[in-house]
Design a protein around this ligand. Structure first.
Ligand code: FMN
Length: 172
């Protein structure tokens, strides 16, 4: 094992991209060679020992790019250890069951993969980045706006990955 990990993310407003980079930093600190890339730019998984997929929830579902990425790289992905994280407002929403719902959506977007670790991180909702309609919808649904990303929780999750992905580090 060469200890090479790909973090393939998709992000509309940048918050998932920043989480992907934070996860990458933790793995680099643990001795891995990490590439953090927009999943739309990934053409091959050759050379990677593990893949981490990160994507946001929008309108009650994972962005479609995840299913496309999984479908496109399915053959290689099923043979690799995979972990995944979703990003959304669900963890700070007052609606009961929204985290469970988000996790269900994450898992179904990854089918047929069997990830070794999955989680849902609180994201960022910035009204200035939203369309008028999105802003009104968020107000009507009483969804809170702000940056809810918990960098300690993100770092802690990333630190569990080496043991779960079972990839040897390049520094041994
Ligand atoms: C129009 C819109 C719809 C959203 N729908 C959901 C949702 O269904 N569930 C959820 O947990 N978060 C939802 N969110 C919150 C986003 O997942 C959150 O803002 C995330 O951090 C966005 O990631 P990005 O900055 O990488 O695009 C929504 C945000 C917007 C603007």
């Amino acid at each position: 094992m060469s200890g090479r990990i790909l973090i393939a993310y998709i992000s509309r407003k940048g918050s998932t991209a920043e989480i992907a980079r934070a996860v990458g930093k933790e793995l680099e600190a643990a001795g891995y060679a990490v590439d953090v890339a927009d999943m739309k730019t990934v053409t091959s998984l050759t050379g990677y020992d593990a893949v981490i997929i990160g994507a946001p929830l929008y309108m009650g579902r994972m962005v479609r790019d995840v299913g496309k990425f999984v479908g496109h790289h399915r053959e290689q992905l099923v043979a690799l250890p995979v972990a995944a994280f979703a990003v959304g407002i669900a963890p700070v929403s007052k609606e009961a069951g929204s985290v469970e719902y988000g996790m269900k959506k994450l898992h179904s977007s990854l089918t047929p993969l069997k990830p070794v670790a999955t989680t849902l991180f609180a994201g960022r909702l910035d009204p200035t980045q939203m369309s008028f309609i999105s802003r009104k919808m968020m107000e009507m649904a009483k969804i809170p706006s702000g940056d809810f990303r918990d960098w300690n929780a993100i770092a802690s999750w990333a630190q569990t990955l080496p043991g779960l992905l079972r990839v040897g580090s390049i520094t041994g």
